[in-house]
Write a protein that binds this ligand. Structure first.
Ligand SMILES: Cc1cc2nc3c(=O)[nH]c(=O)nc-3n(C[C@H](O)[C@H](O)[C@H](O)COP(=O)(O)O)c2cc1C
Length: 359
């Protein structure tokens, strides 16, 4: 099976969730023996269709615009058995580079109007075109957000039996940061979808359900997302710079701090650790809270604990600087800006229980 896989995201350097999903889908397809070429549309010169209809009249089947589309991509597309259209969801549909590509496939049709078997009027094809898989990722977390794109895909490719599968990944912006185990399952299922496509020309419903599973409940995603965006705004950084330099959203209350702790807690990393750690904050946010870690589970509470194993005292904003790597914990202890009592080695180990990765 010859496959052309188009990626229309303009984000790169590991930022693009479209690319992440497509990479796994393609891996599965290649594992199952498909011959797949991946094309990043951002690297190609694809001008807009001008609507001149020269491809219908003067040069039938051939676009007169000289660019990468007419020279390279259109012939590749025609020669493929299957095309994967992988696009970020922009304004509830495919993004502009993908739409530009699709518009430039106009020469595949003849301009005449003919009545099809179902009584609808269509343009007759000039050539056989490849079957289609649509892959899309989005910021919002609910399934219905792909309704418009799906409607279009079904209109374009579904009516003539060319649409083989639709794979939609909601909540993609935060899929890499909230739950590493779910992320692994989602990406594993996407690879499995690739194998199924290559071997059976379809994706099983259970595979699709795994690839599209929620990463967290909607309230949790929204809260984490809002803290992330507020931190970006406060620090004057975009998501790329946040991931490189800041990494942890900045809380402004004890509740938000504990919410983040809960989100970042890794049962796997904590193992069989058992501890009660109390935080006593001054400054911007004054108050006490504590965490109770016991056999891979963590509870968080506002207020003091009855019998903490360790107590940590610091101005809230300083502790957030330490947590986000802006300040060095040891230097701050040496300078007397924060203090601790109780099981100090426990405090050193504690950081390993948390692994909030960038968005
Ligand atoms: C201009 C623009 C429009 C967007 N429109 C939507 C939208 O309609 N619905 C949605 O859920 N997310 C929307 N998003 C979020 C993107 O789908 C999300 O950031 C996705 O991860 C981008 O894909 P990429 O990471 O492969 O570039 C939009 C983002 C941008 C920049």
């Amino acid at each position: 099976m010859k496959v052309l896989a188009l990626n229309s995201s303009l984000r790169q350097d590991g930022e693009s969730r479209t690319e992440l999903m497509l990479t796994h889908l393609v891996k599965g397809m290649r594992d199952a023996g498909a011959e797949v070429e991946v094309v990043n549309l951002r690297e190609k010169e694809i001008n807009y269709c001008m609507g001149c209809f020269s491809c219908d009249t003067i040069t039938p089947g051939q676009c007169i615009i000289q660019d990468d589309m007419s020279r390279e991509l259109y012939p590749k597309w025609l020669a493929s058995d299957l095309c994967i259209y992988a696009t970020p969801l922009f304004h509830w549909t495919m993004n502009a580079p993908m739409k530009a590509f699709i518009e430039r496939t106009w020469p595949v049709m003849q301009p005449f109007f003919v009545k099809s078997d179902n009584g609808r009027w269509v343009h007759p094809p000039r050539h056989e075109s490849p079957k289609a898989v649509v892959l899309s990722v989005a910021g919002f977390s609910e399934d219905w957000i792909f309704a418009s794109l799906s409607n279009y895909a079904n209109f374009l490719w579904g009516r003539n039996g060319k649409l083989v599968a639709e794979i939609y990944r909601p909540g993609a912006m935060f899929m890499t940061s909230l739950d590493p185990e779910k992320l692994a399952d989602i990406l594993g299922a996407t690879e499995q979808a690739g194998r199924e496509l290559a071997m059976e020309n379809r994706v099983l419903p259970e595979t699709l359900a795994r690839a599209q599973q929620p990463v967290a409940d909607l309230e949790t995603v929204a809260k984490a997302a809002n803290m992330f965006w507020q931190t970006c705004i406060d620090e004057g950084v975009n998501p790329k710079a946040f991931n490189e330099r800041i990494r942890i959203p900045r809380p402004h209350s004890l509740e938000d701090y504990l919410f983040l702790m809960q989100l970042a807690f890794s049962a796997k990393n904590a193992g069989d650790a058992k501890a009660i750690v109390q935080f006593e904050f001054t400054g911007e946010v004054t108050g006490d809270c504590h965490i109770v870690v016991d056999n891979g589970k963590m509870q968080t509470n506002i207020g003091k604990a009855a019998q903490p194993n360790a107590i940590f005292r610091a101005p809230f904003e300083l502790w957030m600087d330490i947590a986000s790597g802006k300040a060095n914990a040891i230097q701050m202890f040496m300078a007397g800006k924060c203090s601790a009592e109780g099981d100090l080695p426990l405090l050193m180990r504690m950081s390993q229980w948390f692994g909030l990765s960038p968005s």
